[in-house]
Design a protein around this ligand. Sequence first.
Ligand SMILES: *Cc1c(COP(=O)(O)O)cnc(C)c1O
Length: 471
Amino acid sequence: MVGGEPLPEDFDLSLIKDTVPPAVLSSDEAEDSNEKVKRDMVLGRKVHTSCLEVTEPEADDEVTGEREAYMASVLARYRKSLIERTKHHLGYPCNLDSDYGALAQLQHFPINNLGDPFIESNYGVHSKQFEVGVLDWFARLWELEKNEYWGYITNGGTECNLHGILVGREIFPDGILYASLESHYSVFKAARMYRMECEKVETLCSGKIDCDDFKAKLLCHKDKPAIINVNIGTTVKGAVDDLDLVIQTLEEAGFSHDRFYIHCDGALFGLMMLFVKHLHQACAPKVTFKRPIGSVSVSGHKFLGCPMPCGVQITRLEHINALSMNVEYLASIDATIMGSRNGHASIFLWYTLNQKGYKGFQKDVQKCLKNAQYLKDRLVDAGIGAMLNELSSTVVFERPHDEEFMRKWQLACQGNIAHVVVMPNITVEKLDDFLDELLEKRKTWFLDGKCQPYCIASDVGQQNCLCTVHK
Ligand SMILES: *Cc1c(COP(=O)(O)O)cnc(C)c1O
């Protein structure tokens, strides 16, 4: 496969011993020598064996046109493979549904939103007017006034988390980072990068943060401020931490509002959540700056369907101003993590928001939740253990026994579970195709009783497991 598959969200880079495989091994031998790590690397095959070598132009290429024809054929094949891979795309949350034809006219401009979106630099080829328009939209959604927020379009959810946690750390240099075990790995990466003390908090089987454990850990460090990563949709189970309970727990443990900083990692559901609340009035903990939170982020390439990785980060202007008081310091952090930033992403986001609007997203969210419920019900009806958290469109189920099947459908797996994140581009027909094939395959996997469905009780609770023991 040209280009290779994307890595799973929870891919552990430490599993790769040697990123460039020795050239003498055939791909079969290479797999054998990696037997131990193979299972965990199902979707992380090494790309090097299938890479497209750069070949130097020949002197007469320009005359014969051979080179152009060669490159055109490579691209055409690549495009075909993308279409194919897109058709069977279920495991990774990205919305492939959008049409951006109108933006093609801009693609050759080197649009760069260098540094702070609110400060014009000397570089004129930027799209900060679009960027700030997008930021305004999100700030309004999360209920922060125009003159009270600061934010920027990042390179993705990871950069948002790096920024949110950095702001927290700068406000509380001796603060301890608290994050549930099911937080995205970028949160722990931030802790390592910033050399922060980090407390990993247990989770419930839904994947939500366990606030009893959180409280116990807070009480061990009452002398130090707390920086908390709250998940608005965990990567694997789509669990939404109970923001209100997290705040209440902090208060009960004796942390006044000036002694904690909350970053809400809404990469996955940060936007979807706002629309879910209309369906589940009672149980949606609203993400809003009316509550004592410091920052919120959302990915642009997941639910929003932007074709390049990007994210939206919103924080309180007072925090950024406090950090920027020291001018020397401003020069070093420059408020954004990255210097040069992708200006195209802002335009794509702006375009999507204009195209869909609040109403359009609402419809998309309803479709996602309905289709997720459909998938979960059909899995359970077929005797396959599955879980769907309320407020979520992530369906978690028994890991399939066939690695080729998982590769085909690009399912992200962790231990005994796999998941499908139902995004607006995933139709009932696509889910039916997937289910039909899964049920067909299952017949062969369990044919002579040689293998059994995986037990997923420890991942999602006994009540959601349909293995032979828990049926
Ligand atoms: C996807 C995701 C991220 C990271 O986003 P990237 O854009 O891949 O950097 C962070 N947090 C959660 C919960 C996610 O699902």
